[in-house]
Design a protein around this ligand. Sequence first.
Ligand SMILES: Cc1cc2nc3c(=O)[nH]c(=O)nc-3n(C[C@H](O)[C@H](O)[C@H](O)COP(=O)(O)OP(=O)(O)OC[C@H]3O[C@@H](n4cnc5c(N)ncnc54)[C@H](O)[C@@H]3O)c2cc1C
Length: 466
Amino acid sequence: MARPEEVQIDQHAIDELVTTLRGEVIRPGDRGYEQHRRVWNGSIDRRPALIARCAGVADTKSAIAFARTHNLLVAVRGGGHSFPGYSTCDGGMVIDLSLMKGIRVDPAARTARVQAGVLLGELDRATQAFGLAVTTGIVTHTGVAGLTLGGGLGWIMRKYGLTIDNLLSVDMVTASGESLRASETHNADLFWGVRGGGGNFGIVTEFEFRLHALGPEVFAGPIFWPMEDAAKVLRFYRDWIADCPDELMTIVVQRRAPALPFVPAELVGRHVIGVAACYAGPVEDGARAMRPLKSFGQPLLDLCGPKPYLVHQSMFDAGFPHGWRYYVRSCDVAELNDDVIDIVAEHGRRIVSPITSVALWQRGGAVARIGENETAFGGRSAGFTFNINGNGETADGFEAERDWARGYWSGLVPYHTGAYVNFLMDEGAERIRETYGAAKYDRLKTLKRTYDPENFFRLNHNIPPA
Ligand SMILES: Cc1cc2nc3c(=O)[nH]c(=O)nc-3n(C[C@H](O)[C@H](O)[C@H](O)COP(=O)(O)OP(=O)(O)OC[C@H]3O[C@@H](n4cnc5c(N)ncnc54)[C@H](O)[C@@H]3O)c2cc1C
């Protein structure tokens, strides 16, 4: 890949782009270049030749046209949280949408129109102002755009579906510069594809979501036990959630207890297993639903109780700041059988880094009631999704953390049923095909041939044109 200093772009053309854009153009050496070339994952260190910070649809069209004319590799950035760092590149152009922050909530219609640079926390704040919410993810500084286009798992998905299950329409600019709307009634084939197919078909400039009444208080939070009790806790947990209501969503967490204000000093660094929960319904019902788990064994720490939904949504933020080194391995499994539980318990005990963590997502509920072929998203019927994060604050020890994550994931291979595309690293075409399944992958390739036949948008979990 060309280094930025090797990429020759005519200065007049750049000057023209600068005057055309309402946003800004940043080049190597400009103030802000170091800040804007970086993405959330500190293990990604790339130097684009040009960063086009678009302020709207017109800017996005101009940036696409410029990249085509100058034959530049394009990286598209919403919130910058792609695990493998697809939203930056060496020597190409970043089309950065982070200035596009518009959110319009229509409380009467219970919908929201959301521009491509909005982060999850910004969307949650805007919708909660009206007592409403749409499924978003569990770390507030993640981008709405990338999360939505891959599917969108979150605390209220078992009740209200994935983020894409609440998507009503998207406004897009395609590789040829055409503006399109996709919804159930306009370009329905494309609408099928953007609900799980990622950024393969064009740049989404605006999303329209359906909203639901929620909060402002929910019954939510984590309960922790010693990691030595992991197998016992997980066996109890497995049976307890087997017939739990859709309102209840849980994530099993494994890590060493972090040094955060709500963690007693004597626990910091100790290996713990936790179950974090969120009840998307009346607080009293949530309290009742959580009672059995709260009284299981001897928890080290119980932080599960009534709290504002917005507070719960930001619970994991401190564990995933910008700039640390992150590596993830992910897979879906059908069930927590005894073997899987033993693998979880064994690898949990071996965590070394204080910032390495595992999130084991409960699935089912509304997510599983939508047909596998109704959207491009793969693996609706998965029982659980593993997100195994081997992380390091610096390069020191990071390779060992990655090895640990790979070892954990490999141990689960006999039980893999698929994976969530947004939790993949750069793992090759076959893994991407596996996340969709062969038939859907072929349908996505045909769609790609229609909307992006030259594979202009290829820095992503790529679906090559058929
Ligand atoms: C800390 C953290 C927490 C996470 N938590 C969750 C979670 O709770 N639930 C969940 O489902 N996922 C979660 N994820 C995964 C997340 O969904 C993906 O990393 C997602 O790609 C992030 O989107 P982004 O806009 O921030 O990323 P970016 O890096 O900006 O974008 C990722 C990719 O999406 C595409 N893209 C972005 N914007 C556009 C656009 N406007 N039009 C077309 N294509 C676009 C591009 O291909 C880009 O490479 C998490 C990730 C992180 C790092």
